[in-house]
Design a protein around this ligand. Structure first.
Ligand code: MFK
Length: 533
C-alpha cells in the first residue's frame, strides 16, 4: 500500500547556514580577526548540525541520575550525567567555549568570538550552557576579586582547553526564602581557624556536577540583608572525591532543562573561603550575574535560531494543499515575522557581548560602562520573552509533529521557558533597569547613532518608529513617579529592549543592504516596539 511519508527536518553546518551570524561578524570584526576565527566557527557549526545534533536526538530520554548511598551504607551523592552532556563537556573544553574569552587572542573581540561559539554550541547540547555560563561567571568574578590564592587555585581549571583538567563551577544563591530577594538568605558562615564552614540549605543550585561553586552565606554576627552576606568559594569534593560536607537531597523535577542536574543541597559544615571581604555578598557576586545574564541572552537567540533553522528546512520539504509550505504565502509570512524577532534579539545580545568584551580589556568609557549595566538586564529580559514566543510558534509551524516528543521539537519550548525565569525574572530585571537608569543618556545616544548614515529608503519607516519610541521612553522615564513608575517598569524595559533591537537591526540592514535583513527591520518595526502606556 502506498503511504504518505513525512520527511524530517535536517540541519546543515550551523555556521555556514547562518546568514545573520555571518553578516554580523563581517560588519563588526576586522577582516583579519574574522579570517583567524572562522575555522573554529565552521568546525563548531559542523558539530552542532551533525554529530552533536544526532547525539542529542539519540539521548532524548536520558536524564541525570543521583545515587545517594553506596551498597555499604556510605553517603556518596554520585551524579551520573547523560552521554550527551559528557560529550558536551569535552567539546566545550577543547573548543574553548569558555576559554576563548580569557585567552584574549583578539583583545576585545575575544568575547564576541566566544559568544559566537557558545551560540553555535548551545542548541545541540541540551543546556550544557548552564554549567558553562556559571564557569565563565565564576572565572570573571574570581579574576575581578583580586584574591590571588583562589585565582591560582581555580581559574586555570575554569579556562583550560584540556578536558582532563577542566572544571565547571556552580552558582548557589537561591534558598527556600526565594531566588529573587537574595538578601533573605539564611545560610550561616562560622569562622573555623582561618577558614569558614557553611551551614544551611540551598534550594535551587545550578548543575551540581561541578567541582567548585560560588555561594552566599552570612558570617555570624553580620546584619540582615544583602550587605550582611559574604561571597564564598567552595570545592564540592575532598581529595578522595567524597562530598565536602554537602548533601544532595534530591534533583529538581523541572518542566525543562531536564539534562541539568539542578539540586537541593544541605551544607553541613562545608569548608569555604571568603572571596573578597566579610560582607557585600550581593554586590560581589554581581560580575557572575552579569556574565550569566549575557549567556542567557546568547542562549535565547541560539534556541530561536535552532527552531527557525528546523522550521525553514521543514517548510521546503512538507507538501500540503498541493505545494511545499515554503510556497505558501501565509506560512512564509509567519516564519519571516519570527525571523525578524530572532534577528532583533540576536543583534542586542551580541551588542552586549561587544560591550562586555570592551569592559574586559578596559576599553570601556565611563558612559559605556553605565550603558552595559543598563543593557544587561534589558537584553536578558527582552530576549528571554522572545525566545518563549518564537519557540512556541516554531512548534506550531510543524502542526501536530511539533507537539510530539520523538520529533525532538517540544524540548525547545520547555527549555526556552527557563530563560525568562532563572538569572532574574522579567519583573526583577525590569526593576533593576530602573536602578540602572543612569545609563539612559548613553542609551539614547547609541540608539540614535545607529540611525545616522541611514540612506536606504526602505528603512525610512523603521527609523521613524525608533525615534518615536526613544522619545516616548525618555518622557516616561522623566515623568513616571512612585507606584506608576514601578508598575510600568516591565513595559519601559521591554520598550528600551525592542527599540535598541530595531536600531541595531536597521544599522545591520543599512550596512548589508541584504533584502532579507531589510525585510526583517520593517517587520520588526510593524509588530510593536513601543509598549509603554
Ligand atoms: C536548570 C533549570 C532551572 C534552574 C536553575 C538553576 C540555577 C539556579 C541558579 C539561580 O539561583 S538562578 C537565580 C539567580 N538569581 C538572581 O539572578 C537574583 C535576582 N535578583 C536580583 O538580581 C536582585 O536585583 C538582587 C538580588 C541583586 C537584589 O538584591 P539586594 O540585596 O536588594 O541588592 P541591591 O541593593 O539592589 O544591590 C546591592 C549592590 O549590588 C549594589 O551596589 P552598592 O552596594 O555599591 O550600592 C548594586 O548596585 C549592586 N548590584 C546589584 N545588581 C547588580 C549590581 N551591580 C552590578 N550589576 C548588577 N547586575
Amino acid at each position: 500500500m502506498e503511504q504518505f511519508k513525512q520527511v524530517p527536518p535536517a540541519l546543515k553546518n550551523q555556521y555556514d547556514d547562518d546568514r545573520v551570524l555571518r553578516s554580523y561578524l563581517a560588519r563588526v570584526l576586522p577582516p583579519d580577526v574574522l579570517h583567524d576565527i572562522e575555522e573554529s566557527l565552521t568546525e563548531m557549526g559542523r558539530l552542532a548540525g551533525g554529530e552533536l545534533y544526532e547525539l542529542q536526538l539519540a539521548d532524548r530520554l536520558n536524564e541525570p541520575k543521583l545515587t545517594q548511598w553506596d551498597a555499604w551504607g556510605n553517603r556518596i551523592d554520585k551524579i551520573e550525567l547523560t552521554p550527551l552532556w559528557r560529550r558536551a563537556e569535552r567539546i566545550a573544553a577543547e573548543h574553548g567555549v569558555v576559554a576563548t574569552a580569557y585567552e584574549q587572542k583578539h583583545g576585545r573581540f575575544s568575547r564576541v568570538h566566544q559568544c559566537a561559539l557558545a551560540y553555535l554550541f548551545t542548541p545541540s547540547t541540551d543546556i550544557y550552557s548552564c554549567p558553562l555560563a556559571m564557569t565563565d561567571g565564576a572565572a570573571r568574578t574570581l579574576l575581578n576579586s583580586g584574591n590571588q590564592t583562589l585565582i591560582d587555585r581555580a581559574v586555570p581549571h575554569l579556562i583550560t582547553r584540556d578536558a582532563a583538567e577542566f572544571w565547571t563551577a556552580g552558582q548557589w544563591m537561591t534558598e527556600l526564602t526565594g531566588g529573587s530577594d537574595v538578601g533573605l538568605s539564611e545560610t550561616i558562615a562560622k569562622q573555623d581557624s582561618n577558614t569558614h564552614r557553611l551551614y544551611g540549605r540551598k534550594w535551587f543550585t545550578s548543575a551540581i556536577g561541578s567541582q567548585m561553586a560560588l555561594t552566599l552565606a552570612r558570617p555570624e554576627g553580620n546584619p540582615p540583608g544583602g550587605r550582611g552576606l559574604a561571597l564564598f568559594y567552595v570545592e564540592t569534593r575532598d581529595e578522595h572525591g567524597r562530598p565536602n560536607n554537602i548533601q544532595v537531597n534530591r534533583l529538581k523535577d523541572k518542566l525543562g532543562t531536564r539534562k541539568v542536574p539542578t539540586a537541593e543541597l544541605t551544607l553541613d559544615g562545608t569548608p569555604a573561603q571568603l572571596v573578597i571581604g566579610p560582607a557585600d555578598g550581593v554586590r560581589n557576586i554581581a560580575p557572575l550575574l552579569n556574565i550569566t545574564r549575557l549567556w542567557n541572552g546568547i542562549s535565547s537567540v541560539a534556541l530561536m535560531r535552532r527552531g527557525l533553522a528546523l522550521s525553514f528546512d521543514y517548510a521546503s520539504k512538507r507538501v500540503a494543499f498541493g505545494a511545499p509550505l515554503s510556497e505558501k504565502p501565509l506560512h512564509i509570512d509567519t516564519l519571516a515575522t519570527l525571523q525578524a524577532e530572532f534577528e532583533g534579539a540576536f543583534h542586542l545580545a551580541f551588542y552586549v557581548a561587544e560591550l562586555t568584551g570592551k569592559s574586559e580589556t578596559r576599553e570601556l568609557s565611563n558612559d559605556d560602562a553605565l550603558l552595559l549595566r543598563l543593557l544587561t538586564p534589558i537584553m536578558k529580559l527582552t530576549t528571554g520573552k522572545q525566545a518563549v514566543m518564537v519557540a512556541s510558534e516554531v512548534l506550531e509551524s510543524f502542526g501536530g509533529a511539533g507537539y510530539v516528543e520523538d520529533t525532538g521539537l517540544p524540548v525547545l519550548l520547555r527549555d526556552a521557558q527557563v530563560l525568562p525565569i532563572w538569572e532574574g525574572t522579567t519583573n526583577v530585571l525590569a526593576l533593576d533597569t530602573l536602578r540602572a537608569s543612569q545609563g539612559l543618556k548613553r542609551f539614547e545616544a547609541v540608539v540614535l547613532g545607529c540611525l545616522e548614515n541611514v540612506s536606504e529608503a526602505r528603512l525610512t519607516a523603521p527609523v521613524r518608529v525608533v525615534r518615536s519610541a526613544v522619545d516616548h521612553a525618555g518622557t516616561w522615564a522623566a515623568e513616571a513617579q512612585d507606584e506608576a513608575r514601578e508598575a510600568g517598569a516591565r513595559r519601559f524595559a521591554l520598550t528600551l529592549g525592542r527599540t535598541i533591537e530595531l536600531a541595531l537591526l536597521i544599522k545591520q540592514a543599512q550596512w548589508s543592504l541584504d533584502p532579507e535583513t531589510l525585510d526583517s527591520a520593517n517587520r520588526f518595526a510593524n509588530v510593536g516596539v513601543d509598549v509603554i502606556f
